[in-house]
Design a protein around this ligand. Sequence first.
Ligand code: PRX
Length: 702
Amino acid sequence: MRLPGGCSPKCVITIFSRRVLRSYVPVQGRWRCNVAAFMPEAAGFDGVSTRTALQDYSVSNSESFWAAVARQRLSWIKPFTTVQDCDLSQGRIKWFEGGKLNVSVNCLDRHVHTCPERVALIWERDEPGSEVKITYRSVGLDYVYVCLSSFVILSMSLISFHSHLLEMTCRLGNMLRRYGVQKGDCVTIYMPPCPLAVASMLACARIGAAHNVVFAGFSAEALAERIRDAKSSTVITVNQGVRGGKIIKLKKTVDKAVENCPSVQQVFVAARTDNPVTMTPKDFALEEEMMKEDVVCEPAVMDSEDVLFLLYTSGSTGKPKGLVHTQAGYLLYAALTHRYVFNYHDGDVFGCVADIGWITGHSYSVYGPLANGATTVLFESTPIYPNPGRYWEVVQRLKINQFYGAPTAIRLLLKYGDEWVQKYDRSTLKTLGSVGEPINTEAWEWYHRVVGDRRIPVVDTWWQTETGGICITPRPSEPDAEIVPGMAMRPFFGIKPVLMDSEGKVLTSNNTSGALCIAQPWPGMARTIHNNHQRFIETYCQPHPGYFFTGDGAYRSKEGYYQITGRLDDVINVSGHRIGTAEIEDVVNLCSAVAESAVIGYAHDIKGEGVYAFVVLKKEVNTQSADLSKQLNDTVSMKIAKYACPDYIQFVKRLPKTRSGKIMRRVLRKVVERDLNGLGDLSTLDDPAAVQEIIQGHLELC
Ligand code: PRX
């Protein structure tokens, strides 16, 4: 009898853990994956005895697969009556209709019944060694007994709401209700990763309000734009953020934003630091208001397709779009991918170091882990504070089992050398994950060899804000699965990727590249763009009718493995932060000195992509270019965020344009890549001499 990998059962016993062994059973003289031990929901799938068969089943019997998983993974108040009602060509996506549930109950109450003392959140604060642990529990009798004197009430309640997630959530839910937030409203959350931010998200879910978390690095204008689009009456923030040893004046940013948001009636301000901030009549101290509330909050009964949250992200044109995710499908997909992509098991400590302002933080710091009853880490700091060993010191101190981070941080850390990793014990690690941008082979190898001691699988996970959860990924839960460095590898359960050629035909062979689409709906996908379903249809459903278009290109290898080759549109990825070049151009063009501009991404050692701006000034402008560069950078920082600021600004007399006036960004990219032989046919340009000037200017600048 042979096991996968060609070993005999005897030698395998010494290699595989008992958990892995349980996953294999002898079937007709051969060791087969015990699919039901691997995925209990699969027990009823007829004829499914291998994981490959399970993958095939999940795609070809998608309804039966997702129905079984949804029934067993989620707690329903009322069971669903239909599994899906989707038509990608119409942009109609509905899952588990008829079903009623509450997401916060799924993430909290059911674990409070089974493991109340388990730590739900570890808040790894900026100051190393000052982590705060929050259990799932709500307050029990011990709390009631100590409420005997007012002094004890105050001191105990402060301790309590900083240690029990269900209680914090309930108090916040009641507080929001008292201030008039109703089912269907949208609350904007502008906070760094911290327990009160997570409790605020869950409190919204508890009372049936949607949340709109805005990354706390966004400027006042970017925040205001998102508050206005979401029509939030309520904002939750902190007085100040603390990151990399620096204080960030978040409340000030909110004050500025709210000036231009007539919908906002109240701002709740949590105290991250002891420094007082100016409070306006609209402002309320969050902790004080919470403490007035009961620790029990009746959960709202939600339909599967009610909105859970909006999350704004950049597209290739126009304003950022508020992608809408709904209750059941999103939660199910986040939970299932968290369990199987990372090989998460009960009791593990899961360390996703993304900010909660991005989809990675939503799905893998908050919803996926909490739905699975995990202990999840909220990381407030930076990879190099107070030194480049920070991540691995945290892994050692918190005994992290799965670490999930971005290639940009890995590239930065590898430059500091191996000793910063090797001095810390990483023996608890079982999976290393990468997300948000392509991971180059050098960074992948270092992550695997140095951080993972060649022992730990690295999973390069591809997905997007739109997909809700990981779609293409190696799966370490398959111990024998091959992982090729730098490749996202295989589709997750229920995902059917296809590549399209430029004429919109499906490419069926391997060893080919094309536009990456997904051929059938899955529960975690976004349902629409807030206030603009037409834009949703045009962006994702119309480019390849009947398919979900991702905007990315991909290569499928001879073996059928996927590698993401990058965006096909004008979206770039700066340090894992997604931004549309058109968004930056719009801001640059606002400066009074600027006639027009063209922004492109270029390969950057650490950031993955950097921002390069070509700027044409108005004829009458004669300011020094250094002053202008600063002015332009300040404007981008003020209107969007610091990460969107151009690394290079090249002032040019004119931009290369076609005769119809279209800017030839392709030519600009080739100049910056120094691929002058690849400039292509310039004869269609209105003024080919412009290119020579641009090349000359570029060589002088860089
Ligand atoms: O271009 C892809 C890139 O990030 C985009 C999605 O960005 P966002 O919605 O901000 O979500 C980031 C976190 C999921 C994708 O369209 N991307 C994401 N993961 C990868 C990636 N590119 C290459 N490899 C990846 N693993």
